[in-house]
Design a protein around this ligand. Sequence first.
Ligand code: MRU
Length: 343
Amino acid sequence: MKAKTVSYVDEKLKIIDQRALPRKFNIIESRDIKDVYQYIKTLAIRGAPAIGVFAAYGVYIGIRDMKSDDKKAFFKRLLKTIGYIKTSRPTAVNLFWALNRMKKKAFINKDKPISVIKKILIREAKKIHREDKQMCEAIGNNGARLIKSGDTILTHCNAGLLATTGLGTALSIIYKAHAQGKNIKAYVDETRPLLQGARLTAWELRQKGVDVTLICDNMAAVVMKQAKIDKIIVGADRIAANGDTANKIGTYSLAVLAKAHNIPFYVAAPSSTFDFSLKRGSQIPIEERSGEEVRKISGIYHAPEAVAVYNPAFDVTPSRYISAIITEKGIFIKPYRQSLKSL
Ligand code: MRU
């Protein structure tokens, strides 16, 4: 990939515009927090870890140009910025995790001059960014141990270079196994309605030289029945304390199918994706998006314009269907309520 999913260079916050991929490769800049909000909301930037990193920089963008040395006004603006970015998307907990981390950092240093707090905040955003890359490496290395030469791995949505600021989560495992010389193949669900699998995952796996086959979402059962799939690995947007996992809509059906066909089903995610304040997956807020995303494909109606649509962007896979959760801190197995405690 010739550019970075998120970059902050020379005071400019830039991202690859994922709405246009793979037809167009555009880099766009976020000049203010309205851009930050819109880019998250419209999926110009997407994927739980990437959203977290971008939001952290977004907090800094929100206060960067404040000229006044009135502390009260500064903190008011900071909280307003955080509150605003928080409303962009509800499911990926990495967004709230990163925003809370920035908020905490500012308040711990509240007695310092505003100019110093600003420097501390941009340093914290860069730290979150660095950590994200490192966690991708660690998840990839941990997960690659589960992959054998000859394996074919099915994945859903995009949990790769474009969903993080490193190699990805689920895809990092594929990239690492590939780099270790294991002979592996990938199958990718196209992931309606927004086609992250077709547009992003198939594209980035090909760029990295991984043997990839694209299927429509409704073909997953058949490829499993035909014994074409050895393992399934997906990412996560939020994982509750009992291991129940929210991820892109369609993940749950894959997990049920995996069980029916005796195929291991793995979730790969950093520790920032766990929400231990939630006991179970039913408490995870699920984003509902516009019906237009379902009525249209690439901006063209292929359904009656007035047809009613239900468009949840995520679903929750009960932890009983998850063979293991692969994190940067190790691989966790059932019972998750117990094993995840060490996180
Ligand atoms: O709506 P999206 O494209 O942001 O959804 C992304 C996913 O569901 C990913 O699988 C998840 O965020 C994990 S990314 C490492």
